[in-house]
Design a protein around this ligand. Structure first.
Ligand code: PLP
Length: 421
């Protein structure tokens, strides 16, 4: 049977081009990663053909004997990996997992309390343009204006003012670890449920290198594709008593047929995340972020008004604070793109610039750790970024790009995988 190169050379060409792009640059978007070949194989498998509405043993379609086993494996691996009493592996994405959590824990119009988007929260944590801010009464907490840390006392103050049904922990752009125990105490005090969205740091939790929200939150949601390094998708963990509400919120509440090929890929990713290689990857991820934070917080950058938010990092990302620099987040993102480093601009708390320009950069280390980078390579990456930001418009783009090129050549990506064309 004809392959994609014959059937659709245009798409095949674009797949090749994207593989080339991924190989040629330094991927430092904090929410991205490179999935292992085994995950690609599961996701590109015949399971894409199967309808399986319902749950294992309780399907609305025949022929589910094998996909039932796949889903059971994924569920049990997720529960074992994170030590939870319940898992739902069907959400198609992080946003859909979150929609199901709302449906299970709150009614439309109820008050929800999450970290403000411009302080590092996610769209689905109550932003006005998202369903979460349209169907629920969304209130926000901010980071502490002195420390830029999530401060349980401030969360408590906002919770006492707003009486939320649900308090949301977790973030998309925050460089530190939250105190889940303290957040749960706040939730208990005001009669709210604590839900933590660990999408960004799930891999670090799986490796035992970040505190787990599972013992404290009634519900934990996540994506599988950020630090965890699995397929693009979501999953939910919870206490047993929420199982029924969450299951029916995912299906039929939010979704139809589960993506069984993606669930198989999630099962593979959970298996890999339980291994020692994964722990080593997560350790290198953290080490790389610390190396970059140290370099970008050094006096030569501070002299130009460039600093690292909170002075460092505990996780896989560094937030660069450009509020006192002439360079905007957009300028810095474009400059790094021109030397082959992909990052994204981001607002920082109390950002004076509009969001589409912003005064921050979010730099993540998970994808490069998957590629094999260790301390020596991160030192080089840190220096390349530092030299670029210091020089700004005057940067020697060709020289910096040459340093990026020589780094990536030592770490080939998906070798032997150019089966596309
Ligand atoms: N939750 C958090 C904290 C995120 O950072 C993201 C993605 O950026 C999501 C949820 C949404 O995930 P998805 O893009 O899979 O819908």
């Amino acid at each position: 049977e004809a392959g994609i190169a014959d059937v659709d050379p245009q798409i095949a060409g674009l797949l090749d081009a994207e593989l080339g792009r991924q190989h040629a640059g330094l991927e430092m978007i904090a929410s991205e990663n490179f999935v292992p070949k085994a995950v690609l194989q599961a996701q590109g498998s015949v399971l894409t053909n199967k309808y399986a509405e319902g749950y294992p043993g309780r399907r609305y379609y025949g022929g589910c004997e094998f996909v039932d086993q796949v889903e059971e494996l994924a569920i049990h691996r997720a529960m074992d990996l994170f030590g939870s009493e319940y898992a739902n592996v069907q959400p198609h994405s992080g946003a859909q997992a979150n929609a199901a959590v709302y449906q299970a824990l709150a009614k439309p119009g109820d008050t929800i309390l999450g970290l403000a988007l411009d302080h590092g929260g996610h769209l689905t944590h109550g932003t006005r343009m998202n369903f979460s801010g349209r169907y629920y009464h969304a209130e926000t907490y901010t980071v502490n204006p002195q420390t830029f840390l999530i401060d349980p006392d401030l969360v408590r103050q906002r919770a006492l003012e707003t009486h939320p049904t649900v308090i949301i922990g977790g973030w998309s752009a925050y460089p530190r670890v939250e105190d889940f125990k303290a957040l749960r105490e706040v939730a208990d005090e005001v009669g709210a449920k604590l839900w933590v969205d660990m999408a960004h740091f799930a891999g670090l939790v799986a490796a035992g290198l970040h505190p787990s929200p599972v013992p404290y939150a009634q519900v934990v949601s996540s994506t599988a594709h950020k630090t965890l390094g699995g397929p693009r998708s979501g999953f939910i963990l919870a206490r047993k008593e929420y199982a029924k509400a969450l299951n029916s919120a995912v299906f039929p509440g939010q979704q139809g047929g589960p993506l069984m090929h993606v669930i198989a890929a999630k099962a593979v990713a959970f298996k890999l995340a339980a291994g020692s290689d994964f722990k080593d990857r997560m350790a290198r991820t953290l080490e790389g972020a610390r190396i970059i934070a140290d370099r970008l917080n050094a006096p030569d950058l501070q002299a130009q008004g460039i600093r690292v938010l909170t002075g460092g990092t505990d996780v896989h990302l560094v937030m660069v604070d450009l509020r006192d620099s002439e360079m905007t987040g957009k300028d810095a993102e474009d400059l790094l793109a021109s030397i082959g480093i992909t990052v994204n601009r981001n607002t920082v708390p109390f950002d004076p610039r509009p969001a589409n320009v912003s005064s921050g950069l979010r730099i993540g280390t998970a994808a490069l750790a998957t590629r094999g980078f260790g301390a020596a390579e991160y030192e080089q990456v840190a220096d390349i970024i530092a030299q670029g930001l210091i020089a700004g418009r005057g940067a020697d783009v060709d020289a910096l790009k040459a340093r990026v090129d020589s780094l990536v050549q030592d770490f080939p990506l998906y070798q032997g995988l150019d089966q596309v064309s």
